[in-house]
Design a protein around this ligand. Structure first.
Ligand code: AMP
Length: 420
């Protein structure tokens, strides 16, 4: 596979799939442009080489053409960040896009309208009646899969080269993220810098981690992280479990958890994880204590207790000082660290101390030479909140894509380019 730094885009039209699915306020102002900035190195490389990027993305979850999901709202900001006047096609396929793409000169860029204005992008039928029969559903699915081929061909016809730089959608086998790659030969499809960096960071920790390797998995539910935990059990030396999901483990071990979050249907699963961890020689680390609140609010009354002895009427919303020390000791002795999910309700300052302590411990370990990867919306928000994003080795832009990659799944967007 060719890498982007070795590729010369001079004179080439380049279809670049990016993830510009940025949050907008009611006046269409971008409230967080991280995703746009993340793709700038790739777009700038193409422009500087003398190529012409044809930029394609989705925005939101439109059901068809919906003005509020138009990429025209973010055009000016993209132009500003790129330092060129980016042109715009009101439709991602069709005559206008074709003409504008064809007339692009070296160093000029074109932004296509939202790919998901077409059901063909995702390949899922739209507008099915609620009472549609199975036959009707199957026919609609077949029809959209058929028209998806034409849609994909049209997108590919604009360009000489395909670049995927959209890690956030790399776990989707959509027209522009995966299928389109088949229409370019080996020497004309490649990862953008962002996708390459994401793949390298995850593979560095999952394939050849320096040891000890510690994963910190937090967040609200065991059920949403179970596949991640399962896969990590054959990779890590330490598995720290924090956040709401820790209380399912406490209860499974016979603890008293008061009103803390708990998935009662996952108690057996939690016990199985404990057994499997032992069998694999993985040290499972739970916080000894918890910071409790008597209501889900920043202004709740709070106190500390042992995490397995929480009185009724109280919930564990954060780890306590003992847990902070326990987790930090493990983290600081580690050479590879993966963090996904906060260890408390960090959105409330009153219950953010534990998550901040984890972020700081990871920053310290990184300074001492460990490789640290932080990913998943909430942990990224946490490192940003505590101004520690530049103190960890890598902050992933992927949510679902990152989780699936850590689960050990092959990502369609990655496979489409490099074959695995
Ligand atoms: P997830 O989306 O599963 O990664 O969960 C992230 C959310 O879990 C964050 O919004 C946290 O506020 C929440 N969370 C973390 N710890 C707890 C806890 N002990 N009790 C309730 N919610 C929690």
């Amino acid at each position: 596979m060719i890498t982007i730094d070795k590729f010369n885009f001079a004179g080439k039209k380049v279809f670049v799939r990016v993830d510009f699915n940025v949050p907008l306020d009611a006046n269409f102002n971008i409230t967080d442009d991280t995703r746009i900035r993340a793709a700038l190195p790739t777009l700038k490389k193409i422009l500087t080489d003398g190529g012409s990027p044809i930029i394609a993305s989705h925005l939101g979850r439109p059901k068809g053409v919906e003005d509020k999901y138009s990429l025209k709202h973010i055009l000016a900001h993209i132009s500003e960040l790129l330092g060129v006047d980016v042109q715009f096609a009101n439709d991602c396929v069709g005559e206008e896009a074709a003409v504008k793409a064809a007339s692009l000169q070296a160093g000029e860029a074109l932004l296509l309208e939202n790919l998901r204005f077409y059901a063909e992008e995702e390949g899922k039928p739209r507008g099915l009646k609620e009472d549609a029969t199975d036959d009707e559903k199957a026919a609609a699915k077949k029809a959209v899969k058929e028209s998806q081929k034409e849609f994909t061909k049209k997108l590919a016809s604009f360009a000489d080269v395909y670049v995927n730089d959209a890690f956030g959608t790399a776990h989707r086998a959509h027209a522009s993220t995966a299928l389109i790659a088949d229409l370019f030969d080996e020497s004309n499809k490649l990862f953008g810098y962002l996708l390459q960096n994401e793949v390298d960071a995850v593979e560095k920790i999952m394939k050849e981690p320096a040891r000890p390797f510690t994963a910190i998995i937090g967040g609200s539910k065991v059920s949403s992280k179970i596949d991640v935990i399962e896969n990590l059990l054959s990779k890590v030396d330490y598995l720290i479990i924090g956040g709401g999901m820790a209380f399912t483990f406490e209860k499974a071990a016979g603890g008293k958890i008061g009103n803390s979050l708990c998935e009662d249907d996952k108690l057996d699963l939690a016990r199985e994880i404990v057994i499997k961890a032992k069998a694999n020689n993985v040290k499972l680390v739970l916080s000894t204590d918890a910071k409790l609140g008597d209501a889900f609010s920043n202004d709740a009354n709070s106190k500390y207790a042992e995490a397995n002895n929480i009185p009724d009427g109280w919930s564990g919303f954060d780890i306590g000082p003992k847990g902070e020390a326990e987790f930090s000791d493990v983290i600081q002795a580690s050479k590879t660290i993966l963090w996904n999910g906060p260890v408390g309700v960090f959105e409330f300052d009153n219950f953010a101390h534990g998550t901040e302590a984890i972020a700081k411990a990871i920053a310290k370990a990184t300074e001492a030479g460990a490789f640290s990867l932080v990913g998943g919306g909430d942990s990224v928000a946490a490192v940003n909140k505590f101004n520690l994003a530049d103190k960890v080795s890598y902050v992933s832009t992927g949510g679902g894509a990152l989780l699936e990659f850590i689960e050990g799944k092959v990502l369609p967007g990655v496979k489409a380019i490099r074959g695995y």
